[in-house]
Design a binder for this molecule. Structure first.
Ligand code: CTP
Length: 411
């Protein structure tokens, strides 16, 4: 909700051109417009013909307080505001829901209606929030179009994974309006104000894979989503971000330099190489143990005998960096993934590892945090504990990035 990200509200009036595509999720745009207007952002809207089947121009117009544009060849529109001006007199163009059809047209540069013409004519940044059936999303054509759009500099929000209106389950749901609003607000704030410009930040993310042999490994369920979102939020505030990532399915956020690693030892080596930095955020779910007697050859089954695996403790990357005698980053932030006594365990980790802040979160299975899109965290510092409301991982990241930028501004 925007009240939870109220601290991010935009002060000087910014504007968004919202292109509403024809998908069942189009109704969520009404809530998105409400959240943007609450943050002081002016919205203009274009509805595609298909979108009009799901949401009426009248309801959108009532919320934005001005007429909605639908027709490329309307003479009054052209007299009042042509499609070129419409696409340029804005700070950001947002397409939500971005249907498979709209994405395909954008990727090929087609201009067959007002929405696609405005998208081709704009000289402003473009964000899309895709929403479609899971199979349409996974289709090679859509994935090809997505890759092309990213190459063209289009920013992509979501889609989320979950139950779909068509009864199927998987990725393809439109991101929630509060998460889309948070990304838009962050971006618009960033366009005028990049408080972390000139600051070097390092973020670790994802799981680590500890090899047993060339084909098997020990791993954990971390998706990497929180760490990636933090890297993106820091970059949006102007930081020069290096993301050291264990194996994930995620795309590298725009403006972030990613270094891929597999094991905890690789992650420590890459982290050490990336120093010095001003701030380091350790969001990776590093495996606590590795197989000390891992094999260079595939371990074969022998008459039912079980392999004799010996575990050894992995280096603690957060503690190593926190306790550096020279070259320690000015701000070191760790995560504490806990299933019980969250604040107590998080506070003792702050002391034990020697970091400056701990973001403690509840990863009990019923919270859905691990692999999910939401997170409920407590920020523990030497000054006390600040418990944040449950919010999307994007919102947690924005709030953390904002707090980090305030820390550096206050120095
Ligand atoms: N961490 C790390 N290197 C490790 C283990 C953890 O850098 N080998 C970091 C994590 O990235 C996180 C913090 O330490 O920022 C705490 O991780 P967590 O898994 O919660 O704690 P552990 O140290 O593994 O302790 P435990 O498993 O006992 O809770």
């Amino acid at each position: 909700m925007l009240s939870e990200i109220g601290g991010l509200s935009v002060t000087s009036q910014k504007s968004v051109l919202l292109i509403i595509g024809g998908g069942i999720a189009a109704y969520k745009c009404l809530e998105l417009i409400r959240l943007l207007s609450k943050a002081g952002i002016k919205t203009r809207a274009i509805l595609t013909k298909a979108a009009e089947q799901f949401v009426t121009p009248l309801s959108v117009a009532a919320l934005i307080g001005e007429k909605v544009y639908t027709d490329l060849f309307s003479l009054t529109d052209e007299a009042e505001m042509g499609h070129i001006q419409l696409s340029r007199s804005t700070d950001l163009v947002v397409v939500a829901p971005a249907t498979a059809d709209l994405m395909a047209k954008m990727a090929s540069g087609l201009a067959t209606d007002l929405a696609t013409t405005a998208l081709l004519a704009t000289d402003k940044p473009v964000m899309i929030a895709p929403a479609m059936n899971v199979r349409m999303w996974g289709h090679p054509a859509t994935q090809r179009n997505l890759a092309q759009l990213k190459k063209d500099g289009v920013k992509v929000i979501g889609p989320d994974e979950g139950d779909m209106a068509c009864g199927e389950y998987g990725p393809g749901r439109l991101s929630e309006p509060d998460a889309i609003a948070a990304k838009i607000i962050d971006f618009l704030k960033g366009t005028g104000n990049k408080p972390l410009t000139g600051k070097k930040m390092l973020v670790t993310a994802g799981p680590t894979h500890e090899p047993i042999d060339p084909v098997r490994y020990i791993a954990n369920r971390s998706s990497g989503k929180q760490g990636y979102a933090i890297a993106e939020a820091l970059a949006a505030l102007g930081a020069d971000v290096t993301l050291i990532s264990g194996p994930t399915q995620l795309d590298v956020p725009g403006g972030v330099k990613r270094i891929d690693v597999e094991s905890a030892s690789d992650m420590l080596a890459a982290t050490t190489l990336a120093l010095p930095v001003d701030g380091a955020i350790f969001a990776a779910a590093v495996a606590d143990w590795r197989v000390a007697n891992s094999s260079d050859q595939k371990v074969k089954k022998k008459d039912g005998a079980l392999p004799d695996l010996t575990l050894a403790e992995n280096p603690d990357i957060l503690a190593t960096v926190s306790q550096l005698k020279s070259g320690r980053p000015e701000l070191v932030v760790g995560f504490a993934a806990e299933t019980q006594n969250i604040i107590e365990n998080g506070s003792s980790k702050l002391v034990r590892k020697g970091c400056d802040w701990i973001v403690a979160n509840d990863v009990s299975p019923d919270t859905g945090t691990f692999g999910g899109d939401r997170n409920s965290v407590h920020l523990i510092t030497n000054d006390g504990v600040d418990s944040w409301p449950s919010q999307s991982k994007a919102e947690v990241s924005s709030q953390l990035a904002k707090q980090i930028s305030e820390y550096f501004q206050g120095r």
